[in-house]
Design a protein around this ligand. Structure first.
Ligand SMILES: [Zn+2]
Length: 371
């Protein structure tokens, strides 16, 4: 069965160095170079087929959140740097205190108290480490940042499009209920768990999600690939890799991971059915786009032998619905994700009525558009 390849072979050109949490490198069975105090590794030293490629084309990978750069001071080394904080979540209780009847913004002491309190209750999705000493999580906020936060929160009073704002009310939780303040805290928490069970594909996938959401796709693919080494049926990792590779125009690799995601989907139990269905719809949409761009729509559906070999791993036969699939009986539209719902359900193993009784319509052929 196709699987992610092992440690990348040496390349003729030196690949860039990236700052890294030494614990991540150790968890990947690497020996951290001793050129401390600044731990960084070459991307080619990471056990990843895609990290160097993703780094080279990282501007093509869409970010979950728009740029949100701020100057922060690292309290370990005392140096300032500009960092992308990603989405900032302000705990609703703090917001209510600010807007409660007892709060008096004209009272300087009350405002100071609120300011020092509110930074204790924000969470950020952006993944960043100190550019000077590689430390993480011990940051001091300048006055400018406080003004930004205050203004963003005041805007919530009258702006309807608050959901699109880079500062939102709410709080993030990891899958096990912890509430990390920084993406680097979420990383540490997951590395603690991975230390206990190093071959847990789900934990590696969740670590990849932290990096992906945090704006470091080259580390995300490393974690996703590691999760697939632990379990070739980690569907979410296949989907997320396929999605990144799609945006990099790496079509063969995108098709490879898309097919594996589809044939493993019906056996995957780590995500609720609706969320998995929605993921597959996007995957199928992108996959159709890729196969149309490359002029080979035969590659839209995974080969039957692949579905059969995965089914056999689970002691089953590939289902008859997978076997007799005829995409001519579907109407797909690249700009309508829901048009892929019926096919997604088939790959999820749901009983679906035979669609569209053979009405053949051409797929709307649209050129691939960048987001
Ligand atoms: Zn520092």
């Amino acid at each position: 069965m196709p699987s992610v390849q092992g440690r990348a072979t040496t390349t003729s050109k030196k690949t860039p160095k990236v700052p890294i949490n030494p614990r991540l490198f150790e968890a990947l069975d690497g020996n951290m170079p001793t050129d401390k105090p600044f731990p960084s590794v070459r991307l080619s030293d990471l056990p990843s087929e895609y990290a160097t490629l993703v780094h080279r084309k990282r501007d093509q990978v869409p970010k979950d959140y728009r740029d949100n750069q701020h100057w922060l001071t690292c309290q370990e080394c005392g140096k300032r740097g500009k960092y992308d904080l990603g989405l900032i979540a302000v705990h609703p209780e703090q917001y209510q205190k600010r807007n409660g009847p007892s709060f008096n913004a004209a009272n300087e002491e009350a405002l100071d108290n609120w300011e020092s309190n509110v930074v204790e209750h924000i969470q950020c999705t952006g993944y960043f480490r100190c550019k000077h000493c590689n430390a993480a999580g011990n940051w001091a906020f300048p006055k400018d940042f406080m003004m930004f936060l205050l203004a963003s929160m005041l805007r919530t009073n009258y702006e309807e499009s608050f959901e699109e704002s880079i500062v939102q009310l709410g709080h993030f939780q990891t899958f096990d209920g912890s509430e990390p303040k920084w993406a680097t805290d979420a990383e540490e928490h997951l590395l603690d768990l991975i230390h206990e069970t190093p071959n847990d594909a789900f934990l590696w996938n969740r670590l990849g999600n932290v990096y992906n959401r945090g704006g470091v796709p080259e580390l995300a693919v490393v974690a996703f690939e590691e999760s697939l080494r632990c379990d070739a049926g980690q569907v979410e990792s296949h989907v997320l890799l396929a999605n990144i590779l799609y945006h990099l125009d790496e079509f063969d690799a995108c098709i490879h991971h898309s097919h594996l995601a589809l044939v493993h989907a019906r056996y995957y139990k780590k995500l609720n059915a609706q969320a998995l269905h929605d993921m597959l719809c996007v995957l199928l949409r992108n996959l159709l786009d890729v196969t149309m761009v490359t002029g080979n729509t035969d590659l839209f559906l995974p080969p039957m032998e692949l579905a059969q070999s995965v089914a056999e791993e689970h002691g089953k036969h590939a289902s008859s619905s997978e076997r007799v699939l005829d995409i001519r009986s579907f109407d797909f539209y690249l700009d309508d994700i829901q048009s892929f719902s019926g096919l997604a359900n088939i790959y999820l193993g749901k009983q679906v009525r035979s669609p569209g009784a053979g009405t053949f319509r051409r797929h709307r052929t649209k050129k691939k558009k960048r987001r």
